[in-house]
Design a protein around this ligand. Structure first.
Ligand code: VAH
Length: 318
């Protein structure tokens, strides 16, 4: 049985439904801080209120459902975290510690995502290697590096089957992202349909790795199903699908909405975060060790995003 924490978030809502299709509704327990989110999560399978800062609540939910895998998606993302570093440290580090301790006691596996945010200004920025300098300058990045090291420790010291990927910016149309720096790449599609214009809070020329949500979901599923004897790395694998700056995604949107206009209203906090991150990742280890291969490119993601969003928003653009 799988427990997903943070299952009402941008990744969690889609991962919960995907894994319920793969493993059966009752084998995937969704959980969140409050029972506030899309009904399809609550109607399609079990849901528990779990605050990962409450170790007993984590243990009780795992005991009640006989959980043997925890996918920990509960976290504060980069921009929100900079606004409340103490809470971000508490949730992202102490919350993870609680998950790892319950997993250690139960012999459960743990998946926790890291991020391109686990790298900093002194990291080689182009084709960032799997193993390289990691001195992030954001509290989110500090908790991502700390999380990677803690998960590797729990694997080596206690044999907990911990695995993770360093996600780039994730783009999706079902649930909005929760306060990240890459969120501009989601909002731009919504605004392109609603207003035919968007003022980006990330500046021209800011190159960042990105991925369409279906590929992110596939990465989690494939890594968790991977043959452990082939894993040289565990926490956490570089994975990417594309890399672009606001100008490039705007040009792709204009292929479908020719009058779309991109302007800039740069947010200095988010821009400083983005400037500290790599331009592009080398994900060859994920490809070699567990067969990672993204399906979507900027071109095919844009077609799918605009099609699905125009249906969701009831706005035609063709
Ligand atoms: C964020 N979307 O912006 C997340 C992610 C790589 C970016 O970690 O914080």
């Amino acid at each position: 049985k799988i427990l997903i924490t943070g299952s009402l978030g941008q990744i969690g809502t889609e991962l919960t439904m995907y894994l319920r299709e793969q493993y059966g509704n009752d084998n995937v327990i969704a959980s969140g801080l409050r029972k506030e989110g899309p009904d399809y999560i609550f109607e399609s399978g079990p849901f528990e209120i779990v605050d990962i800062l409450n170790a007993q609540q984590v243990a009780d939910a795992c005991e009640k459902h006989n959980v043997n895998t925890v996918i920990n998606l509960a976290a504060l993302l980069s921009a929100v975290a900079e606004g409340n570093p103490q809470l971000a440290y508490n949730i992202n580090m102490n919350g993870l510690f609680n998950i790892l301790e319950v997993a250690r006691e139960r012999g459960a596996a743990v998946f926790t995502p890291s991020s391109i945010a686990a790298f900093g200004p002194s990291t080689p920025a182009d084709n960032t290697p799997q193993d390289t300098i990691q001195r992030p300058t954001t509290i989110y990045g500090v908790t991502k590096v700390g999380g990677e090291l803690l998960c590797d420790y729990y694997y080596k010291r206690f044999g907990v089957d911990t695995r993770g990927v360093r996600f780039p910016g994730l783009i999706s149309y079902k649930a909005l992202p929760g306060g990240g720096t890459t969120d501009y790449a989601v909002h731009i599609y919504y605004e392109a349909l609603k207003q035919k214009k968007y003022a980006s809070f990330i500046d021209k020329g800011t190159q960042m790795d990105m991925m369409y949500m279906p590929d992110a979901i596939k990465a989690i599923h494939d890594l968790m199903e991977a043959d452990p004897s082939k894993l040289v790395h565990r926490n956490a694998f570089n994975v990417t699908a594309m890399s672009f700056d606001p100008e490039k995604i705007a040009a792709e949107i204009r292929k479908h909405i020719p009058e779309f206009e991109l302007t800039y209203d740069v947010d200095p906090v988010k821009q400083a975060i983005a400037n500290s991150w790599p331009n592009s990742l080398d994900d060859s280890c994920a490809k070699e060790e567990w067969g990672w291969k993204p399906d979507y490119t900027l071109e095919t993601m844009t077609i799918d995003m605009l099609d699905k969003l125009s249906e969701k928003l009831g706005i035609s653009y063709k």
